[in-house]
Design a protein around this ligand. Sequence first.
Ligand code: ZN
Length: 315
Amino acid sequence: MQLIDIGVNLTHPSLLKEVDAVIERAQAAGVVQLVLTGTTLEDSENALNLCLRLDAGDALFSTAGVHPHEASTWNAAAAKTLRDLASQPKVRALGECGLDFNRDFTPRPQQERCFEEQLTLAAELCRPVFLHERDASERMLAILRDYRDHLPAAVVHCFTGERKALYGYLDLDLHLGITGWICDERRGLHLHELVGQIPVGYVYVDGLAVGDIGDAALKDRRILGEEGFISILVAVEMSTRKVVFGPEITARGFTDDPVALDPIRKELISVVEQSLAEGVRDADALQHIVRRTVGRWVDQTYRRRPMLMPMVVEV
Ligand SMILES: [Zn+2]
């Protein structure tokens, strides 16, 4: 069987050293084409460059777009850059673009504006769109109804929704990407029945982040939950309002890259010290701040939600 993976996050930093091996493994498993996902302008450019560097034929393609998490970066200059990127032959779709009301990293009106302008661009350039939607199917359907006739094709990637949303998307003649979520016994079981309702030719393998961690991390992940585990230890001195130890961040089943979590350490110190300066004195409240800061960063950087265990000690 020939497979096409339409959602590969091959530009992920943890994969940089492994890109060739991932492609080789994918091809050995029968994946004949991979579409690399662009989530920011920079990422979209990286995805395009990877395609150009590694493939002279028609095995690798990419998308270019601004993810709803990044909608606050959207402006006229971004629109121009995206237009240039989207005109490249290797770039086959606009996206990821869409709405995420689950995490609401950007205010909803901003998400909608960023989304609609990308739809307008896709219609103008006659490009398909690669859509991201979490807990926002009603708004997404309402917006898409206005644009659908002007778009050549559209796929809702990583579909995890309910029957009503699925039928709404199928009514608009959209395609659906199904990820490993369908194997998740806690959250994905409802998809077993739904996926059979998607007509042949409308359902895609959506790799998402398949292949971006190795066997060692996967082994841990089975023990500690599917998205890994991160513990954070910080000691603060209340009198000086300073971080005096840490943050010591330990990850299991999350990544094979020993320095992957380094960037968040520095940020965490300044967030904690700023909270102390603003008068937060309670370790529980600080723990909450630590969890939120790390969770948000991990989600934005890796699009994963591991189990987080923050511990703030007062000295
Ligand atoms: Zn997405």
